[in-house]
Design a protein around this ligand. Structure first.
Ligand code: HSE
Length: 338
């Protein structure tokens, strides 16, 4: 049995619970994996059971009351750090929102868990954006695995492709469209002729934009993903401070029209080519990187195998939950080896 503490019970946390419910038989039969969520906490409350939480009841409680405090007869306050320190478990899954100021509360959750010997899966990008090199060192020092495949590309295995499928190759540079929200806005400005303001309002209405819109619009989310890629696949030791970052607030209809006149489109591009940069750039519509809507895409330029582009959905609850499952299977495999 693999005991899990789940930090955060928002869209991704709930999707992961649903995924475990629907896949439990198959996970055991195919992979011998028997995951049990023994503790869950979010900003409003917590639930715990050493034998495993009843996920159906937890999801119902969340749906009915908007929080998980009433899962137990006696309501439980949230104290994530106490739960991580006190409960027996093998893995912490960190899904609280990314914050690029101090990376809290995710940073404390991750550090506390690793110091206690728990493996960590994070889809929260804040701690990695601010401290990737030192977090990896801490994981090595404590002999635990720190996994983060859902932080770039959501369910699309971009990191795994670059690290494992291209192993032995030397990736020379890469450029990607790594933020679905800004891509959706720029696509509407291009194809729908919308102004930035109207396109932003539309994206908000559809629920694409982060609670703090600046994270998408000013390029923080794309920069955080670039930090993760640069550290993981290019062996750079960088943090978000090392990224030159320009968002899309300044893009006007005239910029869009100018690009269109040369069969190009304006995209928010994150690139690693000697320097690390996130900025709006014109890309030819014939370039496979030039994807539309909320799609993500990344092109790797490798020394021997040339250019390869991966395209896929970069966000979404179930998509991100599937990346967590992928990491969990990797952790189990690695645990079997030691
Ligand atoms: N706000 C992000 C995006 C979510 O739009 O791509 C996924 O990281």
């Amino acid at each position: 049995m693999l005991r899990i503490i789940l930090s955060g019970f928002g869209v991704v946390g709930q999707s992961f619970a649903k995924l475990l419910l629907s896949r439990s038989e198959d996970l055991y039969a195919k992979h011998g994996l028997k995951p049990r969520i023994v503790g869950v906490f979010d900003s409003k409350g917590s639930a715990a059971s050493p034998a495993g939480i009843d996920l159906d009841r937890l999801l119902e409680t969340k749906k009915k009351y908007g929080n998980i405090r009433k899962y137990h007869n006696k309501e439980r306050e949230s104290n994530g750090l106490e739960m991580i320190k006190g409960m027996e478990a093998e893995v912490l899954i960190e899904t609280t929102p990314s914050n690029y100021k101090d990376a809290e509360p995710g940073m404390s959750h991750i550090v506390t868990a690793m110091k206690k010997g728990l493996h960590v899966i994070t889809v929260n990008k804040g701690p990695l954006a601010l401290a990737f090199p030192s977090l990896m060192e801490l994981a090595t020092y404590n002999h635990v695995q720190l996994m983060f495949s859902g932080t770039v590309g959501g369910g699309t295995p971009i990191l795994d492709y670059a690290k494992n499928s291209l192993r032995g190759e030397r990736i020379v540079s890469f450029q990607g469209i790594l933020n679905g929200t800004t891509n959706y806005i720029l696509t509407n400005m291009t194809a729908g002729g919308m102004s930035f303001k109207t396109a932003l309002a539309d994206a908000k209405k559809r629920g694409y934009v982060e609670a703090d819109e600046s994270l998408d619009i000013d390029g923080f989310d794309a920069a955080a993903k670039l930090v993760i890629l640069a550290n993981w696949i290019m062996d750079m030791k960088v943090t978000i401070k090392d990224i030159k970052r320009t968002g899309i607030r300044g893009i006007e209809t005239s910029d869009i029209k100018k690009a269109a006149s040369s069969r190009s489109a304006v995209k928010l591009v994150a690139s690693c080519d000697r320097k690390l940069e996130v900025s709006p750039r014109s890309i030819s519509v014939d370039d496979p990187l030039c994807v539309n809507g909320t799609l993500n895409a990344i092109t790797f330029n490798s020394e021997h195998s040339g250019q390869q582009t991966i395209i896929g959905r970069g966000a979404g609850g179930m998509e991100t939950a599937s990346s967590i499952l992928r990491d969990l299977l990797d952790i189990k495999q690695e645990m079997g080896r030691v």
